[in-house]
Design a protein around this ligand. Structure first.
Ligand code: FAD
Length: 413
């Protein structure tokens, strides 16, 4: 009898799982359920659409015929609300039940709302879906001034959108540096300067206390905790994700921030797997639980989950994730877990070239490279192979660092 697989979520994790399942099991029944109204698109590129630099078409990855051609049932506009692990069913918002032999949860996250007065006013945007990008584009094109909140990887996309659309902007940040958990003030200043050149002014030790609105409930002003007021008819907020764990309510599937999985992407239930941003997976490199928020990692987890749904234990997830930013004249890349670690080393080489490595128990666990990305392969290799670099921090950040600059075991890599 053929197996039936149900996948919840048609992002890159769910869609790559469907593709792998079909390759591995030509006769299986495969259903993929998404609450979005369109099949897989490139979430990484929606910012380029909102900037006005790309039309819609190249952002779509699969059209509905992709699923038909592979005999995969695609359920659009369908929100899964319940899981019954014992009965092996999931239930959608309209009461439809889907039976499964094996289930994959690839449900990602939803942008966190800012818990302040008027944060649901017209003109305030969060950013995760293609539809969000359409709304943002339509609004920013007619905006006069903007405020962006959220000093991280998605916040800077919003700031870059305001810059590309030539709308003067303020970028309100807590602390004194963009992405202060991964960059020092010296490294972040390269980003600040690039923003200023594009008419986006970083405002430090700020944030939002509340928004003011007009008689039509449209945002007019952001007021920060210091009482400073910033006029804005466009506001973009990116302060993090709430992972979509609410469908686990009433089950005993283990989760905290995300769903717990082992290195084979299996949950504590034999027939339930998870993949993508939603997972808190057992990271073999870190030797600990970890969560990634990156496209490449989600894709790989989808593929690995599918292989293990077919044949548990066949392939483990072992991956150094990376995330690049392409808004500026210089390249930017973060890899691994740059905000973790008990130690770090950094160096600045020029006005647009800087590096920082995060180190835990003598091993590289992540880093940020600005300007010159060429050493990334070496650092990722040291990280993947868990090479002990204790006592050799300064060697690591030599501008033309080579692996054989390292002494001892590390030099033999
Ligand atoms: C603007 C933006 C820019 C980004 N830029 C980069 C970048 O440059 N580099 C990079 O590596 N990463 C980037 N990312 C992050 C990257 O896109 C994500 O890490 C990746 O898309 C995660 O894929 P996923 O499949 O795990 O989750 P998602 O893509 O979030 O997909 C989950 C899907 O499940 C659906 N869903 C959730 N709950 C239910 C339910 N109960 N029932 C049915 N469907 C449900 C959701 O609607 C969604 O369609 C960016 C993200 C955004 C938003």
């Amino acid at each position: 009898m053929s197996q039936s697989y149900v996948i919840v979520g048609d992002g890159i994790a769910g869609a790559s799982a469907a593709e792998t399942l079909r390759e591995e099991e030509p006769d299986a029944d495969i259903t993929i359920i998404t609450d979005e109204g369109e099949p897989l698109y490139n979430r990484i590129l929606i910012k380029e659409f909102a900037k006005g630099k790309l039309p819609e078409a190249p952002i779509s990855i699969h059209d509905e015929s992709w699923y038909d051609d592979r005999d995969v049932d695609l359920e659009l506009d369908t929100l899964v609300t319940d899981i019954d692990p014992e009965g092996h069913t999931v239930t959608a918002h309209d009461g439809t039940e889907y039976d499964y032999d094996k289930l994959l949860l690839a449900v990602g996250g939803t942008p966190t709302q800012l818990p302040v007065e008027n944060s649901d006013a017209e003109g305030i945007h969060h950013f995760w879906t293609f539809q969000d990008a359409r709304d943002i584009k339509e609004h920013i094109e007619g905006a006069d001034n903007s405020v962006v909140i959220g000093a991280g990887l998605l916040g800077i996309d919003l700031a870059a959108i305001t810059a590309a659309q030539e709308v003067e902007g303020k970028y309100l940040m807590r602390g004194k540096a963009w992405w202060r958990y991964a960059l020092s003030e010296e490294g972040a200043e390269i980003i600040h300067e690039a923003l200023r050149e594009r008419d986006v002014e970083p405002v430090f030790d700020s944030g939002v206390d509340h928004f003011e609105v007009d008689e039509n409930d449209r945002v007019t002003t952001a007021v920060d905790p210091n009482g400073d007021r910033y006029d804005a008819d466009f506001v973009g907020i990116a302060i993090g994700l709430n992972f979509n764990t609410e469908i686990l309510g009433g089950t005993d599937i283990e989760y905290d921030n995300g769903i717990y999985t082992d290195e084979f992407m299996r949950t504590n239930h034999e027939d339930i797997f998870a993949a993508g941003d939603i997972t808190e997976f057992h990271d073999l490199i870190l030797g600990d639980r970890a969560q990634n928020g990156a496209w490449g990692s989600a894709k790989e987890q989808g593929t690995i989950a599918a292989k293990n749904m077919v044949d548990y234990g066949s392939e483990e997830f072992r991956w150094v994730s990376s995330y690049s930013i392409t808004h500026f004249d210089f390249p930017f890349l973060s890899f691994g877990h740059p905000t973790l670690g008990d130690d770090h080393v950094e160096a600045k080489y020029s006005d647009t070239e800087w590096r920082r490595l995060a180190i835990k128990d003598g091993k590289i666990v992540g880093g940020v490279l600005i300007g010159d990305l060429s050493p990334q392969t070496k650092y990722k290799k040291l990280m993947r192979e868990q090479v002990d670099v204790s006592g050799q921090k300064e060697v690591l950040v030599k501008q033309d660092f080579q692996l054989d600059d390292l002494e001892g075991a590390a030099a033999e890599q």
